[in-house]
Design a protein. Structure first.
Length: 218
C-alpha cells in the first residue's frame, strides 16, 4: 500500500462525544421508566444496528413505536448539545500530519448529513476531507453499504483504504469492501471487545496514523 486513503469515523473517533451520547440515551430510555446509564454500561451494551442496543438495555425486543420514539428522543437531545462536544485531543494534529504526508482523507458517519456537515465545519476541519458523508435519516443501521457508496463516490480503490473508527461495525464495513481497519478505544466499546475483532487497536488517533505510515513504507 503506497498511497493510503483514510476513512475517518466521526462519533467517538474524531469527535469525543461519549458523555453526550450517554446523556442522550439516558434521556430516551427515561421515557420508559429506565434509570440513567453511565459510560461503562453504555459500552457493555452498545452494538449496531442501534435498535439491538436498546433491545439489550431493555432486556427484551423493543417494539416498532418504542424504537421510533427512542431514536427521535435520542437525536433531539444529542443535536441540542452536540456543539459542546470537543474533538479528540489529537484530532487536528493527526489530520494535519496525514495531510502533510499526502494521504487521502474522507469522513463517513452514521450521523445525519444535515447535522454532520455543519458540525464538522464548525470545528474547522472540513478542509481535510475529500468527501464528508452522513445519512439522510438517522436509521441506526450498519455501515458496510454506506462505506461502499462512499468509496464509489470518490473513485477510491478499497485496497488502499484504512477505516479508522471506534466500533466493530467499522471493522466489518472495512472487511466487506476489501479494506483494512484500525480501531480506536476512546469511544463506544471496551478495549477487549475491539481486540476480539482481529484488527489493530490503538489508544490515540496519532497511533493509528503511525500504523498507516508504517504500512505505506513497507
Amino acid at each position: 500500500m503506497t498511497h493510503p486513503h483514510i476513512v475517518w469515523d466521526w462519533n467517538g473517533t474524531l469527535l469525543n462525544d461519549l458523555d453526550l451520547v450517554v446523556r442522550s440515551v439516558s434521556a430516551s430510555i427515561a421515557r420508559y421508566g429506565h434509570d440513567p446509564i453511565d459510560a461503562h454500561m453504555y459500552r457493555d451494551h452498545y452494538t449496531r444496528p442501534v435498535r439491538a442496543f436498546y433491545d439489550s438495555l431493555f432486556g427484551r425486543t423493543v417494539g416498532d413505536m418504542e424504537w421510533e420514539e427512542l431514536n427521535k428522543t435520542f437525536h433531539e437531545v444529542y443535536y441540542t448539545g452536540v456543539d459542546s462536544a470537543a474533538l479528540a485531543d489529537d484530532a487536528i494534529s493527526t489530520l494535519n500530519r496525514a495531510s502533510t504526508l499526502g494521504l487521502g482523507q474522507s469522513l463517513l458517519s452514521m450521523s445525519t448529513h444535515e447535522h454532520l456537515v455543519p458540525t464538522v465545519r464548525a470545528h474547522g476541519i472540513d478542509g481535510y476531507f475529500s468527501l464528508i458523508t452522513g445519512l439522510k435519516q438517522p436509521t441506526g443501521e450498519v455501515k458496510a453499504a454506506y462505506l461502499k457508496r462512499h468509496l464509489l463516490d470518490q473513485a477510491v480503490d478499497p485496497r488502499t483504504v484504512v477505516v479508522v473508527g471506534d466500533t466493530p461495525d467499522d471493522h466489518v464495513a472495512a472487511v466487506s469492501v476489501g479494506a483494512r481497519a484500525i480501531l480506536y478505544d476512546g469511544g463506544s466499546h471496551h478495549r477487549f471487545v475491539l481486540e476480539n475483532q482481529g484488527a489493530p487497536v490503538v489508544n490515540s488517533l496519532a497511533a493509528a496514523l503511525e500504523l498507516i505510515e508504517g504500512s505505506a513504507t513497507t
